[in-house]
Design a protein around this ligand. Structure first.
Ligand SMILES: *Cc1c(COP(=O)(O)O)cnc(C)c1O
Length: 501
């Protein structure tokens, strides 16, 4: 019996053999040898990703090069600590990889220091919070006591230090205004470790009101003034945030998880580049940045020694294989082709927003400056975000519902849809496709009604889609995806035949 790889090689003419695909088949074959159902799920996921139009603003498709860097023996190594300062022996190669990833990140963003270990955006924020607490609260206390070894503090000194660390103020963007759960939301540990305050967007305009934020910050006097978002469709003036932080004596932290790709690609420059203005910047690496799932922390020099202690302060052992993939992704992001991609993401978002408006849809703040927009479907179509999300999925589009500022439908049902262009732009789509996508979204919304409950009132989740609308939308989505194939090197029919039994 021949293996899937042998079958592929023998059934393919030599000039058509793609090394990337050969590697993929060999890799899946190894997975299938132990867990055939896992290999099958990987292939099914490729099929799912290929057959749905991905408008999820926080997702993307990283390169096969990035993926290759992750799937190897680096996962076997412990390397707690940081380069040249490890708690384990034999870390020379991991030192090289981590240092290379950090140097690439510094060059990419023009940062004074980079820490590339965090496993996710939530972890990166915890590292940042605790590094700031260490620098601003713990270090001065230790200096006053005249002791650097924590184990040597008396019980009373330790209790005093812990009480002071636990009562600091964080001021971040409210969840409903587009902030992230980790920015002081009560369900997250950030609101439990900090005395947490949030600012909102302006009720009328939906925009950040810097004067109002300044006024609030002067009252709250937070240790950390935090900005950045998961669902705000506009650029932020970080120079203005720097002024506010200086005025109220706060450390300025920016979470650019969503728009790091636009910073890396030089779409956001000057006042809109957070790295130039903030003391500490965190970001995921898998959203617009298009790298592996993970995160990094960038900071100004005075915070470097504290950020480097992320492991063991917050994190366990670093994921060396993912740090390798981060290095590859940062190298990719330093190319002209990536910069063109980042500009195209913004252009596509603008084109999509303009077309949505033309078709009579309602957008939060009336448009977008970045890679995402929020469509208020409650006011135009009487649908909850949940219903819109379901309807889109039934028609071949994946996106997520999102609460709008001051959303009457709450965080579960919501009133809006969040739509982003990073993934479709990676596939190569442009202005013409954005027009088509807007038209499909409009078609689906117009053809969807809330289902009626037994009591005769409209349901908040269930929907009824006109069958003809669903059929047409699916057909048009399939036509788009047929022209812009995800990972075209990968022969899905072959993978299905070999790995889905
Ligand atoms: C996505 C996101 C995160 C969290 O990233 P994870 O990798 O899911 O932990 C943090 N902050 C913001 C602003 C985000 O958008």
């Amino acid at each position: 019996m021949s293996t899937p790889l042998q079958k592929y090689l023998s059934g393919t003419s030599p000039d058509k053999i793609s090394p990337a695909f050969t590697a993929y088949v060999a890799n899946l074959q190894e997975v299938a040898a132990v867990g055939p159902e896992i290999a099958a799920s990987i292939v099914k996921e490729l099929e799912a990703q290929r057959s749905h139009l991905k408008l999820i603003a926080s997702e993307n498709y990283c390169s096969l090069n990035v993926q290759a860097a992750m799937g190897n023996l680096l996962t076997d190594k412990y390397a707690e600590g940081y380069p040249s300062h490890r708690y384990y022996g034999g870390c020379n190669n991991i030192d090289d990889i981590e240092s290379a990833a950090a140097e690439e990140a510094k060059a990419l963003f023009g940062a004074e220091h980079a820490y590339v270990q965090p496993h996710s955006g939530a972890d990166a924020n915890l590292v940042a919070y605790w590094a700031i607490l260490s620098a601003k609260i713990e270090a001065p206390i230790l200096e006053k006591i005249g002791e650097t070894n924590l184990s040597k503090l008396t019980d009373a000194q330790w209790a005093d230090l812990r009480a002071k660390l636990g009562n600091q103020r964080l001021m971040g963007l409210d969840y409903y205004s587009g902030g992230h759960l980790t920015h002081g939301y009560r369900q997250n540990v950030s609101a439990r470790m900090f005395d947490s305050y949030s600012y909102t967007v302006d009720k009328e305009t939906g925009l950040l009101d810097y004067d109002a934020i300044e006024k609030q910050a002067m009252e709250v006097k937070p240790l950390i003034l935090l900005t950045g978002y998961s669902a705000y469709p506009r650029a932020i003036n970080f120079r203005r945030f720097r002024e506010i932080a200086d005025k109220c004596g706060a450390v300025l932290m920016v979470d650019m998880a969503h728009f790091a790709g636009l910073v890396a690609g030089k779409v956001f420059t000057g006042d809109e580049n957070p790295v130039a203005w903030a003391d500490v910047v965190t970001t995921t690496t898998h959203k617009t940045l298009r790298g592996p799932r993970g995160a990094i922390v960038l900071c100004k020099a005075p915070f470097a020694e504290f950020v480097n202690k992320g492991c063991p302060l917050v994190l366990g052992g670093p994921l060396a294989h993912v740090m390798a993939a981060k290095a590859i992704a940062f190298k990719e992001a330093r190319t002209d082709s990536y910069r063109q991609y980042a500009h195209k993401v913004q252009e596509n978002a603008r084109a999509l927003a303009a077309e949505c408006l033309k078709l009579g849809l309602k957008l939060q703040t009336g448009g977008t400056d970045n890679h995402l927009m929020l469509i208020d479907i409650q006011s135009t179509h009487g649908l909850t975000g949940r219903q819109g999300e379901n309807a889109m999925f039934e028609c071949g589009i994946t996106l997520n519902r999102n609460s709008l500022p001051f959303d009457p439908n709450g965080a579960w049902w919501t009133s809006g849809l969040r739509v982003g262009t990073p993934a479709v732009t990676t596939l190569g789509m442009g202005a013409a496709e954005m027009k088509e996508i807007a038209s499909i979204i409009k078609l689906v919304l117009d053809g969807t009604k809330p289902a009626m409950t037994e009591k005769g009132t409209p349901a908040k989740g269930k929907i009824v889609i006109e069958p003809a609308v669903q059929a047409e939308a699916k057909k048009r989505v399939a036509a788009l995806l047929g022209k812009f194939v995800l990972y075209p090197e990968l022969d899905l029919d072959f993978l299905k035949a070999e790995f889905i039994k």
